[in-house]
Design a protein around this ligand. Structure first.
Ligand SMILES: [Zn+2]
Length: 136
């Protein structure tokens, strides 16, 4: 059971077209505690076909006794093509989150695809989309 806990948010403007962008973040909690923090960024009013949304995760244990050594960056891209909207794993090392002091490693797509981490990240994506009302 995944519970999404929204916290902060900010706004900005798209580098390519100047449209308004939004970023929201929060924590992802499960029975055993926090399992990730998330950062969702998208361009307001733009199609996912031209402006895919980014979901960056600081994935791993948080809280007492946990450190950056317990966490890595995992990045997803929410995009749309002729088959409809979909989500894929991308290289976290190309994302701003890669330089965060809260992680010890930024995962590449190849390191994540086909692993339990990928399945978990997709489940987290679904939970964030469903539960964070700022995304609708
Ligand atoms: Zn743009």
């Amino acid at each position: 059971m995944i519970e999404v806990e929204p916290t902060g948010e900010s706004g900005g403007h798209c580098d390519c077209c100047g449209q308004q962008t939004r970023a929201v973040w929060g924590y992802v909690n499960e029975d055993q505690g926090t399992v990730a923090s998330y950062f969702m960024q998208w361009t307001v009013g733009a199609s996912l076909e031209t402006h895919p949304a980014n979901l960056d995760l600081i994935y791993g244990r948080w809280g007492d006794g946990a450190s950056s050594a317990d966490r890595c960056a995992v990045s997803l891209l929410h995009f749309e093509n002729e088959n409809g909207p979909s989500v894929m794993v991308i290289d976290a090392k190309n994302r701003p989150i890669a330089t965060s002091s809260l992680i010890s490693k930024a995962m590449t797509r190849d390191e994540v695809i086909g692993t339990d981490v990928a399945q978990h990240a997709f489940a987290i994506f679904d939970a964030v989309i469903t539960q964070d009302k700022r995304l609708t």
